[in-house]
Ligand binder design. Structure first.
Ligand SMILES: Nc1nc2c(c(=O)[nH]1)N[C@H]1C(S)=C(S)[C@@H](COP(=O)(O)O)O[C@H]1N2
Ligand SMILES: [Mo]
Length: 335
């Protein structure tokens, strides 16, 4: 079913959000409660939805772009095993419509993100591993088998994009890390640089951004560390130099700007789970039949098109990942 709608980014916030959700948020703001205890942060507490920006939006001119030293690695050969059911989203949309709360909560943080220094960039691999180590991102890239994959990304806010990602299977990094058999989870952490990433001055968020996967998920063939898009190095606003791509999960799992991979025996508390445990969980697998508490997940707005499409279980990637969840039916797998 195709439903014609206007594009969200052309509309004021009141129109971009379904009416009932908007009014619900207003009521939430008025009622205060937990929100007012946390001072001046109510709209942001609503978290990971298309809320207006209230923080760190002060104008600042981006630093002049320095050449990315990994540019010579791209383009890389496309792996044809992963196919799209729709058009690739135009590059100019994917690079100018982003979620990256470190730089503010609006979709238009791409200029601000240019302030992020991406070299030197040291990645820590530690926790339950044979030998903890630190490695520069260019050394890491030289050791990893780079390829291109076409994946869709479905944001929990119910918009989606389709992107040619360059990078490597997360399993290659896991094998390189040599985790101990006691490792059950992989925790990933984003940089902490509040002076360049001004959103990190918003003290009501539990910085740095944290995400996590089970070891089985991390070794699943779909789990991918993206280092580029559209045959070029990753733009800063899309998570340079390293970001996760786990297309069967909501977009917030695909953590950007990773500086640390830590292997653990207990489940890490993730950023959005800590912010809003009733709305964002650890598993966050896409399921059109499990609504967000404040909106439906049945369909998605295709960025760059003027229609919506039906959302699919595991975002259409069930053939690769459904087995991961056998025996876990008592977990909240879909939020
Ligand atoms: N560190 C960090 N990673 C993040 C986010 C963020 O705010 N900070 N936003 C997430 C969300 S909600 C989405 S939908 C995707 C968006 O990726 P894109 O901007 O490349 O489309 O990044 C995810 N990774
Ligand atoms: Mo998202």
């Amino acid at each position: 079913m195709l439903v014609k709608i206007k594009r969200g980014w052309e509309l004021p916030e009141s129109a971009a959000t379904p009416e009932d959700v908007f009014h619900d948020r207003r009521r939430f703001l008025k009622a205060g409660s937990a929100a007012s205890i946390l001072l001046a942060a109510p709209a942001l507490l609503a978290a990971c939805d298309e809320a207006p920006s209230q923080v760190a939006e002060a104008a600042e001119s981006p630093a002049p772009a320095e050449p990315d030293p990994s540019a010579k690695l791209y383009p890389v050969k496309r792996n044809l095993r992963y196919r799209l059911d729709r058009d690739i989203t135009p590059e100019d949309l994917v690079t100018t419509y982003n979620n990256y709360y470190e730089f503010g909560s609006s979709k238009t943080i791409w200029k601000k993100a240019q302030a992020l220094p991406i070299r030197p960039w040291t990645v820590k691999i530690d926790g339950l591993v044979e030998k903890p180590l630190e490695i520069g991102v260019d050394d890491l890239l030289a050791r990893m088998p780079l390829e291109e994959r076409l994946y869709r990304l479905r944001c929990v806010e119910a918009w989606s994009i389709a992107v040619p990602w360059s990078g490597f299977a997360l399993k290659a990094l896991v094998d390189f890390a040599q985790p101990l058999s006691s490792a059950k989870y992989l925790r990933m952490e984003t940089f902490l640089m509040p002076d360049v990433a001004r959103g990190q001055k918003a003290s009501w968020y539990p910085w740095p951004y944290i995400e996590g996967l089970t070891m089985a998920e991390a070794r699943n063939e779909l789990a991918f560390i993206a280092t580029g898009i559209y045959g070029k190095p990753m733009p800063k606003q899309n998570g340079s130099p390293l970001r996760l791509a786990v297309p069967w999960k909501y977009g917030f799992k695909s953590i950007k700007g990773i500086v640390r991979f830590e292997f653990m025996d207990r489940r890490p508390l993730t950023f959005w789970e800590e912010v809003g445990p009733k709305e964002y969980g650890f598993w966050a697998n896409v399921n059109p039949e499990v609504p967000h508490p404040r909106w439906s997940q049945a369909s998605e707005r295709v960025v760059g098109k003027d229609y919506r499409v039906a959302t699919q279980l595991f975002n259409g990637y069930g053939q690769f990942v459904a087995d991961l969840y056998r025996g876990l039916e008592t977990e909240r797998l879909f939020m």
